[in-house]
Design a protein around this ligand. Structure first.
Ligand code: AMP
Length: 442
């Protein structure tokens, strides 16, 4: 524990760290904790998994007292991350007894209003914090430490104006800490405008490349889903995350995995908060081993024991790819990232390879049994279950689908996909259908 104490962390936090069984500080902790506890503004280039919560946590817990109003505000992009960060901060502050509510949208506001009365530290998403500001139910006048966590993600999601409005309500003589996996132009602009002589520190990538195997399969369109089923059934795995680019695709994969005897849970931004929380809980507790998700689940969340990440849809840029595969091969464990490429994924895959210089090995296509596909989305983009009797002839999902109706996660994050008029449909056809169907690629 001496190595933590040396960084300037006070004893009550060191005691909590001991209970968490951390042996030595991570790289970002070593570099950033001495600066943050000394009161400096810091820009930390580090993603989740690097141990950054303890970096700002050690500063917050050290400098905040019980019952002295909201002395620290942590802004995070998603509700799940708000819960996760608040939970970690509560754990680290167990010997200091701070009240640390998580405040985010999609749930009732009244309990939060009550909680905010007693809060010492608040972890929240920008939209809901702004809502409380407008209602006059949050008092930010005593904030001395402001944390922008996953800043690049927050700005990508369109929260930049909300964040600026929130910052403007915090006292000018505060300490500001900014954490971001990438230092984008917007991140730089915010830091120039709102931080005082910030010191930049960076940690190496926390995913150990020697522990992460990256592979891809080039499949004909019509066996894309069948290959996923095959691999899920044949690869020895712990927890598995299957990433899709759209909500529709998430629903399609999760529902049809069920029909193929694979218990899977879906999570995307179209679900209520209660549903999202319960899905994540079940996955954390390993009650369900396959999580089919949109990118809302790829950033920030720290889930232990993810051995495989599948890209059922290839993300459209390399940053997203890195965030997704970063869910596995964490904390010294081995992991595998598997990309399943159909025709529609090739452009995205080229972009990922071009920008990342990563080595992704091509795998031979195994002999694949045709999977059952019973569930197809309807034309409006919301899920619709077509049971084994099949209602495929009614053209519900026919070629008139246009544009991306998938909606978005949280706010403006688009879950884009190929929903062009007729472009790249293959023919993974639902079984039990005797009528002809349009070509359809999943
Ligand atoms: P974070 O980047 O804060 O989300 O942390 C990612 C994970 O690393 C969490 O599960 C932490 O409990 C864990 N962690 C943080 N610091 C350390 C450390 N020094 N040693 C081992 N695990 C750590």
């Amino acid at each position: 524990m001496e190595s933590f104490r040396k960084l300037g962390i006070i004893q009550p936090i060191v005691d909590a760290i001991k209970e968490a069984k951390f042996i030595k500080p991570s790289e970002i902790q070593e570099k950033a904790i001495p600066l943050v506890v000394a009161g400096k503004d810091v820009i930390a280039g580090s993603a989740t998994g690097s141990g950054k919560t303890l970096v700002f946590g050690s500063c917050i817990i050290q400098h905040c007292e019980n019952r002295k109003g909201i002395q620290s505000l942590v802004l995070v992009p998603t509700r799940e991350l708000a819960e996760q960060v608040a939970r970690s901060l509560r754990d680290f502050s167990k010997y200091k007894h701070l009240h640390i509510p998580a405040v985010y949208g999609g749930v009732g506001i009244q309990p939060q209003i009550k909680d905010l009365h007693f809060a010492d530290v608040v972890v929240g998403t920008p939209g809901r914090i702004l809502d409380h500001m407008q209602r006059g139910t949050i008092d930010l006048t005593k904030v001395k430490i402001l944390v922008l966590d996953e800043a690049d993600r927050m700005f990508e999601m369109g929260f930049i104006e909300d964040v600026e409005r929130i910052i403007s309500q915090c006292p000018g003589n505060r300490q500001t800490l900014l954490f971001s996996a990438t230092i984008t132009e917007e991140v730089s602009r915010i830091s120039r405008r709102h931080m005082k002589d910030p010191i930049e520190v960076e940690a190496e990538k926390q995913v150990d490349p020697s522990k992460l195997v990256q592979a891809y399969y080039d499949t004909p369109d019509n066996i894309k889903f069948s290959l996923l089923v095959h691999l899920l059934k044949h690869e020895k795995a712990g927890l598995v995350m299957v990433f899709c680019n759209t909500r529709i695709s998430v629903d399609f994969v999760a529902n049809n995995l069920g029909y193929n005897g694979i218990k899977a849970q879906a999570i995307h931004g179209g679900f209520s908060q209660a549903k999202r929380t319960s899905v994540m809980d079940r996955f954390h507790k390993q009650e369900v081993f396959v999580l089919v998700c949109s990118d809302v689940a790829s950033r920030g969340l720290d889930i232990k024991g993810v051995s495989h990440v599948y890209n059922y849809d290839i993300p459209k840029d390399s940053k997203q790819y890195i965030h997704r595969i970063g869910r596995t091969a964490r904390a010294g464990k081995e992991g595998k990232a598997i990309n399943i490429l159909a025709h529609r994924d090739h452009d995205n895959f080229s972009a990922v390879l071009r920008d990342n210089h990563v080595t992704i090995t091509k795998e031979q296509l195994p002999q694949v049994e045709r999977a059952v596909v019973k569930w197809l989305p309807n034309r409006r983009g919301s899920g619709s279950r077509f049971g084994s009797r099949g209602r495929f002839g009614d053209n519900r999902y026919g070629g008139s689908r246009s544009g991306n109706r998938a909606g978005s996660d949280e706010r403006s994050q688009s879950e884009t996909g190929n929903y062009g008029k007729r472009s790249k449909y293959g023919d993974e056809r639902p079984q039990h259908s005797s009528r002809p169907i349009r070509r359809f690629s999943w």
